[in-house]
Design a protein around this ligand. Structure first.
Ligand code: SF4
Length: 261
């Protein structure tokens, strides 16, 4: 692949070739076409200014893809009503935070809970929070935004309840046995999302979810302004930089896909 942008006809044909992949999951392997198809689709959704929430559309596509792609886990310890792990910091990109904010926009009790939790968590380290301060989006031990929960929440599963109790109830260092396929898919999906954000000329910094959603809720038209490049998250502490191997992988994706857009 050269760095020269494909012609309009070539891009139209590529779009037709992408279509069958968009309703399928991602499989492990060396075929770059599913990744390319989904990445192009997420860029299209992020850049669709006719949508009420381009970020929700883009993240919704990605999280549906995640759920469709993970293999069944026969030893899953998680079940509805079990929420021990929902006392951790959750890492989100800006589009994931906008997806969450859109999901609670018409629920004043959840908005109030997020703003209150933000005030509590602001000066607390992630380790201090573990097992003590629950996610403000939990209602009677059930995630109230289950369909819109961030990628990290989709991927955080356990195959051993006792390990969760040790970590989140007894305060031992977290050592939750999680299926490798689920974690690997989380990393690859997050790389796709970050690449799509960069390809759209936007900021792919990640943040702690409660702080990012609270920042959105405090501002008018935050998503529209962020999509225009405004510093909507200026007051939110950014996460540390990602490891260099992920940075390289994301840059490779951007280089590979940019000429095809
Ligand atoms: S968003 Fe939902 S799944 Fe994620 S930590 Fe909060 S309550 Fe738990």
């Amino acid at each position: 692949m050269t760095n020269e942008r494909l012609s309009r006809d070539e891009r139209r044909r590529l779009r037709q070739a992408d279509a069958p992949y968009l309703s399928q999951g991602m499989t492990a392997g060396n075929d770059p076409r599913p990744m390319g198809a989904h990445l192009r689709q997420i860029v299209r959704l992020l850049q669709d200014r006719t949508s009420r929430s381009p970020c929700s559309d883009a993240v919704g596509h990605l999280t549906t893809l995640y759920d469709r792609s993970v293999p069944p886990e026969p030893n899953l310890a998680c079940h509805k009503g079990c929420s021990f792990c929902c006392s951790q910091d959750v890492t989100v990109t800006a589009p994931e935070a906008f997806f969450v904010a859109a999901a609670i926009r018409n629920t004043p009790t959840l908005i109030a809970a997020v703003l209150e939790a933000d005030a509590t968590l602001r000066n607390m380290e992630a380790e201090e929070r573990l097992g003590r301060i629950l996610c403000p989006l939990l209602t009677e031990q059930i995630c109230s935004i289950y369909a819109s929960r961030p990628l990290a929440c989709h991927a955080f599963i356990s195959v051993k309840l006792q390990a969760c109790l040790d970590s989140f109830v007894d305060g031992k260092p977290p050592q939750i046995p999680m299926p490798g396929a689920w974690i690997n898919l989380l990393y690859s999906q997050r790389m796709i999302l970050k690449a799509a954000i960069r390809l759209s000329g936007l900021d792919d910094q990640t943040y702690e979810m409660t702080a990012a959603v609270a920042a959105i809720l405090r501002q008018d038209n935050a998503e529209t302004r962020w999509l225009k490049g405004e510093p909507v998250f200026a007051a939110v502490k950014p996460d540390p930089p990602i490891p260099p191997q992920f940075e390289t992988g994301i840059n490779d994706m951007v280089r590979y896909i940019a000429p095809t857009l």
